[in-house]
Design a binder for this molecule. Structure first.
Ligand code: XMP
Length: 321
């Protein structure tokens, strides 16, 4: 019988078989797939797995802590965090084109990861690379062009020849809902298991215009409020994801207290979807929208206007870039 615990047992046995007495590296993104893949491998080979988490400075509030504290507490995994925030910021300076941003973030990510893989392999033989590839990814990369390829997505492909790892992909036969069930079975926290999708390039593609430290801080603060209120309203499972987008090159006039303001708008982009290929804008309750709007404009000094995106996909995409 195909139960979650039989999937777990079977995958652990397969990993032991593949890796033998070898060592493995896994890049954690903060998302559910890499977390579940890493946990399975850790169960199979223990300390011979090392996870690498790259903080590119484009994460949302609390995400680094979720990996460093919650994930490590739940699994006891060996974790190396690389603080690459400065590096990503300088690489992104002056860049406004969305695809250019993706290319730069993807390239920097691979370079940073490669450097830490080299440091690790200098200490011991790491022959295996763990990836959270799912069944739909396998099918998709075998298929032709589709909506998912319209924007280039990044993961840890493209490592140089001399760092040739064998791939360990324990989720290759699974769909997302099965991965979540496996995650729960393995004792991962709900916050990780039910995390909504978040793009690899992170907040870098949600600051519309050039990405700077100040703009990221503004967006992070607004995003944290929106997420807090959606969670408090019990809406997390009803929404596929809700990007908060900062229109950093747009200003509008407002009035607050005794004074005129000239700040930036943010856009709330709540969507409902089955697979992100198509999406409908989510009809959020007005009182929730009101709380989000009031809090953001009160608590985030640079933002004086909150707007709602009511476009479906198509014709809109979920992300603004
Ligand atoms: P779009 O904007 O194309 O997004 O409707 C569909 C889904 O993909 C996510 N997304 C990305 N994920 N790297 C990623 O890893 C990317 O560059 C990227 N762009 C979009 C988006 O959040 C949504 O879930």
């Amino acid at each position: 019988q195909w139960t979650t615990s039989s999937i777990v047992d079977e995958q652990i046995a397969k990993i032991r078989d593949q890796v033998g007495t070898g060592r493995a590296i896994c890049a954690l993104s903060g998302g559910v797939d890499s977390a579940v893949a890493a946990t399975l491998v850790q169960r199979a080979i223990g300390d011979r797995l090392t996870c690498v988490f790259v903080d590119h400075g484009l994460l949302r509030s609390g995400e680094r802590a979720q990996v460093e504290r919650d994930f490590v507490a739940a699994t006891g995994v060996n974790l190396v965090t690389v603080d690459a925030r400065e590096r990503f910021l300088s690489a992104l300076a002056g860049v406004t084109d969305p695809e250019q941003k993706r290319k730069i973030i993807g390239r920097e990510f691979i370079e940073v990861f490669e450097q830490s893989a080299r440091e690790l392999t200098a200490q011991g033989d790491y022959d295996f690379l763990v990836q959270g590839t799912l069944y739909p990814d396998v099918v998709e990369s075998g298929g032709g062009a589709d909506a998912a390829n319209i924007k280039s997505h990044h993961n840890v492909g493209g490592l140089p020849e001399d760092l040739r790892f064998q791939l360990v992909e324990p989720l290759r036969a699974l769909f997302k809902d099965e991965v979540r069930r496996v995650g729960l079975e393995l004792g991962l926290p709900e916050t990780i298991v039910h995390r909504q999708p978040f793009p690899g390039p992170g907040l870098g593609i949600r600051v519309i215009g050039e990405v700077t430290q100040d703009r990221l801080d503004t967006l992070r603060a607004a995003d944290a409020i929106a997420r807090e209120e959606l969670t408090a309203a019990g809406l997390d499972r009803d929404i596929w994801q809700c990007p908060v987008v900062l229109l950093a090159d747009v200003r509008s006039v407002g009035v607050q207290g005794d004074g005129r303001t000239y700040g930036h708008p943010v856009v709330l982009r709540p969507v409902s979807s089955e697979d992100a290929m198509t999406a409908d804008w989510t009809r959020l309750p007005y009182d929730v929208l009101e709380r989000i709007s009031t809090r953001i404009t009160n608590e985030v000094a640079e933002v004086n206007r909150v707007t709602l995106d009511v476009t479906s996909k198509p014709p809109g995409t979920i992300e603004w870039e």
